[in-house]
Design a protein around this ligand. Structure first.
Ligand SMILES: [Zn+2]
Length: 458
């Protein structure tokens, strides 16, 4: 199968120019002007952008949490991702207490196999660090699971103490893996939650009010300090607070390899959403929580100046009908998470590029190139170049879309951006040379996605 994308504006993290892209089999084989090679399919892209496929390095598909499971599995979730211009996801396998990392990996590989419509990789969540688990980390790195997520929050469930965190960091110094950190001070938050509940404060907004920005900033600072002592890089996941960003910026100014991602919800939604009537605030219960609107400009500044290197989604949908009400009388029992895998590219283009907050090249860098580089997928993924996987998005920068749970493809009964209009829509999406979205319609196949063996950091 050969594809020829003609007359588009090809956009990478560094350049944009008019040109044609030839795809042969699974790879990009040529870029040029006025290419005339015969192709099985010609896609006319005049007036459109051609982006490298989006890479979302933070998703939770088919994930058990808080007595229920995120509603998108690897089939529905990756199809929704493709609709939104994302062609690679890196999801999280979870080691539960008493289990081996290998068992966790196999469990998540089974969840994805035969279901994922686009390529996928895994980070490994470590909740218990024994000597044996340390050795398993090395084995997983060799098998292409080259990043590990640790939690400084959720005591008794996911949280690791500082000594375990430090040991894991040291281990990545030897095996070339990368530690990703959920940075919130779980002990402090637990006390605040208990106090709030004791005072009868049970509404969804108390989820946010018991997770202060300073608790995120403190943990971010501590995580970076532990990595500095260990002499290794660190990647902070879903950074939401400007106060936490200050810690990352300070570290980077000192030349430390500290990295962080943020997510669209922290750029486009705010604490005000928790004040919506009735139980509607539960739609936005996620950790860390949404922050004050006035602080969003600081996140945009961090994105523009490379103190934040990636935009991922933390996609983790739970329905308002049956799942979120688990916390109807106790905000701490509301399943944490919200949908976003499908809306990332359009939201960031519309709210970031069109408003002039970030450049077109920076958009590609944040949504594809930089996550590919940090997580060992570059140059196979994350750019448009001969020899790279033909993961491509033909993006119409003028097309309008009204975001709504009724028309989006994520398997969840609400959308946090319901009714918001975005300008800029992924029209045709190609995954390893196969068209998966054709003029807005899914034409791919569940199970066509492959497990990505990722490289160690260089
Ligand atoms: Zn997450």
């Amino acid at each position: 199968m050969t594809l020829l994308i003609k007359n588009g504006t090809i956009v990478t993290a560094t350049d944009h120019y008019k040109g044609d892209v030839l795809v042969e089999g699974e790879k990009i084989s040529a870029i040029g002007t006025a290419l005339t090679m015969p192709a099985d399919r010609v896609i006319e892209a005049a007036g459109k952008y051609v982006f490298p496929g989006g890479i979302d390095v933070h998703t939770h598909l088919d994930m058990p949490f808080g007595g229920t499971t995120s509603t998108d599995d690897f089939e529905s979730g990756t199809i929704a991702a493709a609709h939104g211009g994302t062609t690679t996801v890196v999801d999280f396998a979870i080691q539960y207490h008493g289990q081996t990392l290998h068992h966790a990996w196999e469990t998540w590989m089974k969840k994805a196999e035969g279901k994922a419509a686009i390529d996928y990789g895994f980070h490994m969540i470590i909740t218990e660090l024994t000597d044996q688990v340390e050795q398993e980390m090395d084995a997983l790195v060799r098998q292409g699971v080259t990043s590990f997520k640790l939690f400084m929050a959720y005591p008794g469930v996911f949280m690791l103490d500082d000594a375990s965190i430090f040991r894991a960091l040291l281990r990545t110094g030897k095996n070339g893996g990368t530690i990703c950190m959920h940075a919130e001070n779980g002990g402090v938050i637990d006390v605040l939650v208990k106090n709030a509940l004791a005072e009868g404060k049970t509404a969804p907004k108390y989820h946010a009010l018991t997770r202060p920005a300073r608790a995120e900033a403190e943990a971010t600072h501590r995580a970076i300090a532990l990595a500095e002592i260990a002499g290794v890089p660190i990647y902070i996941v879903h950074l939401s607070a400007a106060e936490a960003l200050e810690m990352v910026t300070e570290a980077r100014d000192r030349g430390l390899p500290a990295y962080a991602e943020t997510c669209p919800q922290y750029l486009f939604l705010s604490y005000d959403n928790y004040e919506e009537p009735g139980f509607d605030g539960a739609k936005y219960v996620m950790s860390p929580p949404l922050r004050a609107k006035e602080k969003q400009d600081q996140l945009w500044r961090g994105l523009a100046f490379n103190d934040l290197q990636a935009i991922s989604t933390d996609h983790c949908p739970f329905c308002m009908k049956e799942q979120k009400p688990l916390g109807k009388d106790d905000f701490s029992k509301i399943p944490n998470g919200a949908p976003g895998i499908e809306t990332r590219m359009s939201l960031v283009y519309d709210g970031g590029v069109r408003t002039g907050k970030i450049s077109l090249n920076r958009f590609v860098e944040l949504t594809s190139t930089s996550p590919a580089k940090i997580f060992g997928l570059f140059p196979r993924k994350g750019t448009i170049a001969p020899g790279s996987d033909a993961d491509l998005v033909v993006f119409d920068p003028e097309k309008r879309q009204k975001l709504s749970a009724g028309t989006l493809h994520m398997r969840v009964d609400y959308n946090p951006y319901e009714g918001r209009e975005v300008i800029g829509v992924s029209e045709t999406v190609i995954s390893r040379g196969r068209i998966v979205i054709d003029d807005g319609k899914f034409v791919g196949k569940a199970g066509a996605g492959s497990f990505l063996k990722r490289a160690i950091r260089s």
